[in-house]
Design a protein around this ligand. Structure first.
Ligand code: MN
Length: 129
């Protein structure tokens, strides 16, 4: 079953549209935000099953937004996948995973790998009630 609601926080339109199209093709429902602040607000209002967080965003960046989501009881349990440029140095990538993100996806995305990462993050977060 792949109809979960996924929030895409990404300021680059080309990337955002690509992520959205791939997810929708697979049957997921999507929400979009272009800034961290907008993304946090939408997450609080709509409680998505998963958040894809671009790392480089205007004003508040992806790590700061991730920390804000975790600090808020409403959004603290929503899994978050960091979406980063593949050119990012390895030590920086380790730092991101060390911050507690539920997964990492590098850009440009490889569709099969990306959907695999999304599926895993959703699976690990779905606990029986
Ligand atoms: Mn960006």
């Amino acid at each position: 079953m792949a109809n979960e609601l996924i929030l895409i926080i990404e300021d680059n339109e080309v990337n955002r549209v690509l992520l959205r199209d791939v997810l929708r093709f697979k049957g997921y429902q999507t929400l979009e935000a272009q800034t961290a602040e907008e993304g946090i607000r939408i997450a609080q209002e709509r409680m998505p099953a998963l958040i894809l967080m671009d790392f480089h965003l205007p004003a508040m960046n992806g790590i700061e937004a991730f920390k804000a989501l975790r600090a808020d009881a409403v959004t603290s349990a929503i899994p978050v996948i960091a979406v980063t440029a593949s050119a990012m140095p390895e030590d920086r990538q380790k730092k991101i995973l060390g911050a507690g993100f539920d997964g990492m996806q590098t850009k440009p995305i490889h569709v099969v790998e990306f959907l695999n990462t999304v599926g895993k993050a959703l699976k690990s977060s779905s606990k029986p009630a």
